[in-house]
Structure formats: structure tokens, C-alpha cells
Design a protein around this ligand. Structure first.
Ligand code: FAD
Length: 468
């Protein structure tokens, strides 16, 4: 009887435990991707990017004499139908850890097992299963540094080899056509603008890692904080769809460390931040949509879409760091980490707006959107998260820009207004935005919507009035 391999955030052949297990059974393997309510419920950019990733993985599988079957519907119903159509005796997948996926997967596992189907899930989206990292008293970690001290010396299993062929069934079950799913549709600017900045697929992700280690890891410690230079790996979009495994990145970092390459340990540490985000999400799932610290429910955040929020989204707050970063995200589908910290702090503190509003906009725009990293990032910036001390830190976007973009490169790269000869990047924002925003690079750069000192005082006063 064939085995069904349920493809999710693991669009790769290498270091793919579920796929390797399926191939090792010596029976036909039927890879299936299911467009279900968990996947479809995501923002425009993640759905758009996913479509490109699925297309690339389908091609990869074709190269191995296999196929990727596409089906739409509730996962359990789709899998049951496939089992009935193909006579499959087993279903395998690689585990996910966000609350929506976990709830779905455990229901699917229970129901299929009751049907007499052998169901098995595997590790691979993370290096450290969230329940295997414990404090001395048997709890979970709420702060990154002790988490890091616990995992940094651990042996991470060496990546599994990619299968060289997938046994195919005699008859393939029917598949939807990817084009009919119209995953591009919700993102008007996707194909024309954002796609140009994407690096899609397993081979491209591996090249990206190799290139980063070869040319940029030495300067990573300092360059990673400069939004105007290409100092980071850019791998988040690939990691979020599993086009490369974290263990492959980790081992590349460890090898570079062994060669004495500066910056390699910091790279591994950043990968551990991703693990930490999932550790928190597994142990406290509320982090994805509620204040991690419940006391923050009383914080007087605005929850309406004010004019200030609209201008924040459009990159027209009059605050160059904020605006450059918001435009970068609108055009490229990603934003530099320093920019993410600044725009999130600005929205939640200077504009006193609920982090959920920012989180939703990020989910609409980010091709590297990740349920755990995004939620942790927002709650860290807002002060409501577990590792957000001091919660009263309020970044000053002006001094931050002077410090991390001393030559004004990032600003020039993304803000056309006021430049005689703006670069393509800055102009591309005006090509990307909808007409009804009625903006032009010839406009004058907007005035500040909030005075930095006043905004800061207002946020501090709100903190003081509460007993956190
Ligand atoms: P590199 O510097 O090359 O780091 C390598 C990898 O380590 C990254 O690809 C990522 O997987 C991981 N990593 C690095 N920094 C962090 C971090 N602070 N937290 C968790 N993992 C990290 N990251 C996402 O992948 N998706 C998101 O939706 C997301 N939303 C964020 C929202 C906010 C408000 C903040 C402050 C941060 C967010 N991050 C998110 C984390 C971080 O900004 C990105 O992972 C990083 O900018 C990706 O660029 P890179 O791949 O070049 O990173």
C-alpha cells in the first residue's frame, strides 16, 4: 500500500525526515499539498510566496519521477479521500508548532489512527523540539539568554541526505491545478513587484546560504545591524517554507565557526532565536494573538485604524527610519531586522497603537511571515512579551537612524522625496502602491505626525499609570 507524504512547511528534499521515511518504506510515495483553512487564512504575501514555493517543489519532485498532488479542503477530509482513492496505508508529515497547525494535526492524527491508518510525524522544522529544552526545575524558558546557554552546545543531528528517486504509484490520483487556486490574486503587487525580490526553492536557498557563508559571515556581527547594507543571510523566507532546514544552516555556521570565521557564532545564535520563538509558541500558544503578559490587557492601546496607522502603513509618518522600512517591506516583502524593531516600537509606543494591528499588516506584507517569529518580535517590541525587558524602552528612530545608517544609505534607498535623482528602489515604491494613495516622488516629504519627545512622554505616562 502506498504512503502519503503530506507536504507543509517543508518544501525540500534534503534533511526531510518524513520524506526519507516514506521513501525508505519501499512502497509508492504520494506527496500531497493541501490548501486548507489554516493555509488559506494567512496574509496575502505569505499565501503568494507559498504558491511560488509549491510550484518550485512540484518541479523538483517531477525531476525525481514523482509528482506533487494538489488538493483543496479540510485536511482530514482530503487525506481520507486520498486514502480511499489510493489504498494508502500510512500518512507521514513533518511537525509544525503554531497553535492552528498543532490543533489541526493532532485531530488529523487521532482520526486517521482510528481509521486504522499508520500516522507518523517527524522533527525537522526545528533543531530543538520545544519540549526537550527545559530549565533546571523542569519548566520552559521565558528569556533567550539562558535558553541559548542550554542549546548552544547541543549536538544537532547531521542533515539527512536527499532521496535520489521517489517510487511512484502506478496511477496518480487527481490533482488540482495550481493556477486555479489563484494564490497570486490577493496580492496585487506580488507578481510585478515583490516577486523580483524573492529567492524561491531549495537549490536557490542552498546557494544563498553558501554565498552568505562565503562572502558575508565575517562581517555579520556589525553589518547585520545596518539596514543600508546587505549584511544578513536573507534566509528567513526559505526557512519559513522549509526550503532549507535550520539544521543545514546551523551546521554551515558551525563549520564556519570551526574555521575561525568571525560572525559565524552570531549567525547560529540568530537561528536559535527562531527556535526560541517556537519554544515560546509551543509552551504559551497565546503569544500568537494575545498579550503574553496578561497585565497588558489593561494598557490603553488604540485599536482603531486611525489616520496615523494609515500613514504608518504607507510609510508616510515623516520619520525617515520608519518610512524607509515600511516602504522596503511594501516593495520587497521583507524588512531589515533593525527596521522591524523600530517600526514596531514606533507604532506601539509613539503611536500607542495595539501591536495586533502591526502584526496583521506584517502578515499581509511579509513573504517571510512566520507565526512564531512574528508574534515574538511584536510582543518584544510592544513590551508585552516574556523577554521584553525593559518594557519601557522606547527606541528613538532618529538617533537609531544616525547610529545604524550613518551615511544615509537606507534613507536614500527608500525615500525618493527631496532627492534630485532618486534610486530605483525608492521609485519602485511609487510604482507598487495603488493609484488611490495618490502619491508621487515629486511630493515633499511629509512632516512628522508625532513629535518624538511628546510621543515618548505619552507612552511613558501610560506605563506609569499601570501596575505591570
Ligand atoms: P539573518 O540575520 O541572516 O538570521 C538568520 C535566521 O535567523 C533568520 O532567517 C531567522 O530565521 C532567524 N532570526 C534572525 N533574527 C531573528 C529574530 N529576531 N527572531 C527570530 N528569528 C530570527 N522573522 C521571520 O522569519 N518572520 C517574521 O514574520 C518576523 N517578524 C518579525 C517582526 C518583528 C516586529 C521583529 C522585531 C522581528 C521579526 N522577525 C521575523 C525576526 C527577524 O527580523 C527576521 O528573522 C530577520 O530580519 C530575517 O532576515 P535574515 O534571514 O536575513 O536574518
Amino acid at each position: 500500500a502506498p504512503v502519503i507524504y503530506w507536504v507543509r512547511r517543508d518544501l525540500r528534499l534534503a534533511d526531510n525526515a518524513a520524506l526519507l521515511d516514506a521513501v525508505g518504506r519501499g512502497v509508492p510515495v504520494i506527496p500531497v499539498f493541501i490548501l486548507d483553512e489554516v493555509v488559506e487564512g494567512q496574509g496575502a504575501a505569505p499565501v503568494f510566496r507559498l504558491g511560488r514555493g509549491v510550484a518550485a517543489f512540484a518541479e523538483t519532485l517531477k525531476g525525481l519521477g514523482s509528482r506533487l498532488i494538489l488538493r483543496r479542503g479540510r485536511a482530514l477530509e482530503v487525506l481520507r479521500a486520498l486514502v480511499a482513492e489510493t489504498g494508502a496505508g500510512a500518512v507521514v508529515w513533518n511537525r509544525l508548532y503554531d497553535p492552528a497547525s498543532k490543533a489541526r494535526d493532532s485531530a488529523v492524527k487521532a482520526a486517521l489512527s482510528d481509521d486504522g491508518i499508520a500516522v507518523q510525524s517527524f522533527a525537522g522544522h526545528l533543531m530543538f523540539e520545544p519540549w526537550t529544552v527545559e530549565t533546571k526545575t523542569g519548566g520552559y524558558y521565558k528569556v533567550f539568554t539562558p535558553f541559548w546557554k542550554t542549546v548552544r552546545g547541543r549536538d544537532v543531528a547531521l542533515p539527512l541526505a536527499a532521496p535520489s528517486a521517489l517510487p511512484a504509484p502506478q496511477d496518480w490520483p487527481e490533482s488540482d491545478r495550481l493556477a486555479d487556486w489563484a494564490l497570486d490574486a490577493p496580492m496585487r503587487r506580488g507578481a510585478e513587484v515583490v516577486a523580483r525580490h524573492m529567492v524561491v526553492g531549495e537549490a536557490a536557498a542552498q546557494d544563498r546560504l553558501a554565498e552568505f557563508i562565503e562572502t558575508r559571515v565575517d562581517d555579520y556581527d556589525s553589518a547585520r545591524d545596518r539596514p543600508g547594507v546587505e549584511g544578513t543571510s536573507g534566509l528567513s523566507e526559505n526557512l519559513t517554507y522549509g526550503e532549507i532546514s535550520p539544521a543545514v544552516c546551523w551546521h554551515a555556521g558551525q563549520r564556519a565557526m570551526a574555521q575561525g570565521r568571525k560572525g559565524a557564532e552570531t549567525f547560529c545564535k540568530e537561528l536559535a532565536w527562531r527556535e526560541f520563538a517556537y519554544h515560546l509558541t509551543h509552551h504559551t500558544p497565546r503569544i500568537v494573538d494575545r498579550n503574553w503578559k496578561e497585565a497588558w490587557d489593561a494598557f490603553p492601546w488604540r485599536t482603531e485604524e486611525t489616520d496615523a496607522v494609515r500613514r504608518w502603513k504607507q510609510g508616510r509618518t515623516g520619520e525617515p527610519f520608519v518610512d524607509a522600512a515600511m516602504r522596503e517591506m511594501y516593495v520587497t516583502g521583507t524588512m531589515h531586522n533593525r527596521g522591524r524593531m523600530i517600526v514596531a516600537s514606533y507604532l506601539t509606543k509613539h503611536l500607542m497603537t495595539h501591536w495586533r494591528i502591526g502584526q496583521a499588516w506584517f502578515e499581509a506584507c511579509l513573504i517571510d511571515w512566520d507565526p512564531a517569529n512574528n508574534a515574538m518580535g511584536w510582543q518584544w517590541a510592544a513590551g508585552s512579551g516574556p523577554d521584553a525587558s525593559p518594557f519601557f524602552r522606547i527606541f528613538n528612530p532618529e538617533t537609531q537612524l544616525a547610529k545604524f545608517d550613518p551615511k544615509g544609505r537606507y534613507r536614500r534607498m527608500w525615500i525618493a522625496e527631496g532627492q534630485d535623482d532618486p534610486p530605483k528602489t525608492a521609485l519602485s515604491y511609487f510604482d507598487a502602491i495603488p493609484e488611490h494613495w495618490a502619491l508621487s516622488p515629486a511630493d515633499s516629504y511629509p512632516d512628522r505626525i508625532v513629535d518624538l519627545a511628546e510621543g515618548r512622554q505619552r507612552a511613558l505616562a501610560a506605563y506609569k499609570n499601570r501596575d505591570f
